[in-house]
Design a protein around this ligand. Sequence first.
Ligand code: ZN
Length: 240
Amino acid sequence: MPYLILSDIHSNLEALTAALADAQGRYDKILCLGDLVGYGADPELVVDWTRENVATVVRGNHDRACCGLEDLELFNPAARLSAIWTRRAISDETRLYLEQLPQGPLTIDGFDLAHGSPFDEDEYLVNISDVMPHKSHLGPTLTFFGHTHVQGGFMVLPRGIRQISPEAPLEIDPQYKYLINPGSVGQPRDRDPRAAYAIYTPETQTVEYRRVDYDIPAAATKIMTAGLPQILAARLFEGV
Ligand code: ZN
């Protein structure tokens, strides 16, 4: 049963639509690693779609912030303004849905889903040095995580950690541990502006990283029209 793994959609309906069209017919179930909302202009529609279609979601920091579970002091100005905008834009039903999202990690079919790291939903795993302290404490062979908006991840070997390049499909070796980031659907930050996602097939033990073009001008125009910070539109074109 192949899984479609999505993360950090961030209210970007155009990117989500393109990713789903690209993945059509290639998966049985959808899993999401959090940050459904924040930054983009379509929180309500993205949450509606998620509620209908995604089998399991773990919450992200923006999901917490946008439903009022967390104050916004630690957010940068653009993130704070977008969280305030989102709080006003969403229905009570959507707010309640976000409030009730479970905290990761969650175990699905022998692998884990987390937003930040398996040990802290707000921790950024960017570099090998970020993973080093967790090396001996990792649970299952495979953990999917998001939060950094960088596609790739890490392979943990007995004598070290390797960064995974998302260019080629990854074959999972059960001797090792893997932290896999599908990248961000709605706000990539790895200098590739295309929407990112991954497909995991347990039967063949493979992870395929995917990138897909989407209508960035349409998503950016919605952000500008909504009165959200301009930088949130501009960064979509750069993938930063
Ligand atoms: Zn995010």
